[in-house]
Design a protein around this ligand. Structure first.
Ligand code: SF4
Ligand code: SF4
Length: 580
């Protein structure tokens, strides 16, 4: 099967010379394969797949893809020459979805919630329910859709985008929860999620993390047989992610969850389907896989049953500590405090060594970013004397919140002192998938695109110390894997040091040679540890969070143990919360 997809946002006939039409051999032979009105339109049944238009279009608007027969039938298409989705996950049990953004995960969530009726590739925006029931008759999917359309299957939905909630609802958190509280448990759920103290606050005054927890509470308060949860981990710190996962387990009978934090996904789902394809062009749903196997195959980059490679190289978890860490100290800092008036950070003396990645782990509002700003020279400590060598270090810093500038991305890269040891194409643009963004204005980029640009700008510079504050925010699981590999590779190849604040526990485990753990009272005082061997630091942190982690025997990735499971009891008995 061949599909031709035109990115309508890129196709601007007024600014091109109709190259697609001029150079298409079928059109030149006299057939009406391409018509150009407000946008181009290409007849797939006449296309011979030569790819000439793909290369000739000056804006890269066209994709022509030949799909193998095994891909199966199209489930949904967003109009003529639009994004195409193939396959559906099985709806039984708690299902997880993982894969790159733009391959159809949110579309699947809407189909499962009954918000979108699949059209099986027809040109209509939505299909007919009757056709859906015919296509899936006699299968688990048929039962799901019949019960859903008959109103027998009640579904609650936590959408991906929570920052729009204040635009959709006015009033306080309590007002909103009261509207959806079909179970009469608003106070109990609010207490469990730690949002009781904000019930009387206006929705418009909430932070992203607070809105996320309110949205999750709203979904859990519905009398639902299935709760669809799109990205519950966004805006939450590592502690809150684990707590939220536990609460979802407690209240939701069954979940359909999309999450890029693979530890969280692993904890919530019984089975997973991996999505692969080309973002914005097509997505294919893999067969149903046991969660352990599915995540391992995703990290390995190869789906065995489908015989499909989804990434060039695997993500391998190393035994800790890494033997490649050099012993030469690159940064050393004294005991210091930062007094910000209503918040005080205490940090003991420490040092950061050549070729190592040091992670920073802890709840929000404990001063992690404050410490990073001190090391970046953006904030003066209240006490503590930094020596001249440390003060003169070259630091490259990616802040937590990235402010987009109006300049094209290529201009931003021209404006920085690029490390002569770096080949921008090979070392930055390709691994971070930035090549197609170079001509775009940074202010027009999505959150994930902007994050990748900011990471690229940080890592491309010549520096002694690379500080990256929450690099995985807004990135999908695939981009997180690629970013983690890049940070490690460049740190070791350049024999520099990277300090990374991160809430994705699996990335933290993969990235870090040593870790600084933050404890204290959020918003009041924070206590940093000195950089500790990662196993010791993880143990300290997990004890505080009260969960245990085991290692997957095959991939060596960390997995959360269910409370009171045999492994959980075994590790707790040894006072060991982390299996190194
Ligand atoms: S697809 Fe490209 S070449 Fe064709 S009309 Fe659109 S912008 Fe022009
Ligand atoms: S791929 Fe070739 S045949 Fe198909 S529309 Fe493009 S130029 Fe024409």
């Amino acid at each position: 099967m061949r599909i031709v997809v035109i990115d309508k946002s890129k196709c601007v006939p007024k600014k091109c010379a109709s190259e697609c039409l001029k150079f298409c051999p079928v059109a030149r032979g006299g057939q009406t394969i391409i018509t150009i009105g407000e946008k181009a339109s290409i007849q797939e049944d006449l296309c011979i797949g030569c790819g000439i238009c793909v290369h000739k279009c000056p804006f890269g608007a066209i994709s022509v893809v030949n799909l193998p027969e095994e891909t199966g039938a199209m489930t949904h298409r967003y109009g003529h020459n639009g994004f195409s989705l193939f396959g559906l996950p099985s709806p039984s049990g708690s299902v997880g979805l993982l894969g790159p953004n733009g391959t159809g995960k949110s579309t699947l969530a809407r189909i499962f919630a009954g918000q979108l009726v699949p059209n099986f590739g027809a040109d209509t925006p939505e299909g007919a329910r009757k056709k859906v029931l015919e296509v899936y008759a006699g299968t688990e999917l048929g039962t799901h859709f019949k019960d859903l359309y008959d109103g027998k299957l009640r579904v609650a939905f936590k959408p991906q985008e929570v920052t729009v909630i204040p635009k959709l609802f006015t009033g306080t958190v309590r007002d909103m929860l009261a509207k959806v509280d079909e179970r009469g448990k608003a106070d109990e759920v609010a207490h469990d999620l730690g949002i009781s103290h904000i019930l009387s606050r206006s929705l418009k005054d909430l932070s992203g993390g607070e809105l996320q927890k309110v949205a999750i509470a709203a979904a859990l308060l519905r009398k639902a047989d299935l709760v669809i949860i799109d990205e519950p981990g966004s805006f939450l710190d590592v502690y809150e992610r684990i707590r939220v996962a536990d609460i979802i387990h407690k209240y939701a009978p069954r979940v359909f969850v999309i999450e890029h934090d693979l530890i969280m996904l692993d904890y919530l789902a019984e089975t997973v389907n991996v999505l692969y394809g080309r973002p914005g062009v097509f997505g294919v749903v893999s067969l149903r896989k046991n969660t352990r196997v599915g995540i391992n195959e995703f990290l390995d980059g190869f789906l065995k049953a489908e015989n499909m490679r989804v990434r060039d190289s695997p993500l391998k978890f190393l035994s800790k500590p890494s033997s490649e860490t050099g012993s030469r100290s690159i940064v050393s800092f004294p005991d210091f405090t930062v007094d910000l008036g209503d918040f005080v950070l205490h940090s003991p003396a420490g040092d950061l060594k050549q070729s190592e990645v040091v992670g920073i782990l802890g709840r929000n509002a404990l001063g992690k970013t404050t410490l990073v700003k001190v090391l970046a020279g953006q904030l003066k400590p209240t006490t503590g004397q930094f020596d001249g060598a440390t003060a003169n270090l070259k630091v490259s810093y990616k802040p937590q919140y990235v402010e987009p500038s109006g300049a094209p991305v290529a201009v931003l890269f021209k404006s920085i002192p690029v490390d002569p040891a770096i080949n921008l194409n090979r070392d930055i643009y390709t691994p971070l998938s930035l090549s197609h963004l170079l001509t775009r204005s940074a202010s027009a980029l999505s959150g994930g695109e902007l994050q990748r640009v900011a990471i690229g700008l940080c890592l491309a510079q010549e520096a002694d110390l690379y500080l990256l504050d929450e690099p995985s925010a807004y990135l999908d699981s695939e981009q997180r894997v690629n970013t983690a590999k890049l940070i490690r590779r460049l740190t070791q190849a350049r024999e520099k040091v990277a300090l990374v604040v991160e809430h994705d526990l699996m990335l933290m485990d993969y990235l870090s040679d040593r870790i600084m753990v933050f404890t204290g009272q959020p918003g009041k005082e924070g206590h940093a540890s000195s950089p500790l061997p990662s196993s010791k630091a993880m143990n300290l942190f997990l004890k505080e969070v009260d969960i245990t982690l085991r290692r997957d025997p095959e991939s060596r990735r960390p997995r959360i143990n269910k409370q009171d499971s045999n492994k959980d009891k075994e590790l707790r008995a040894k006072n060991q919360f982390y299996e190194a």
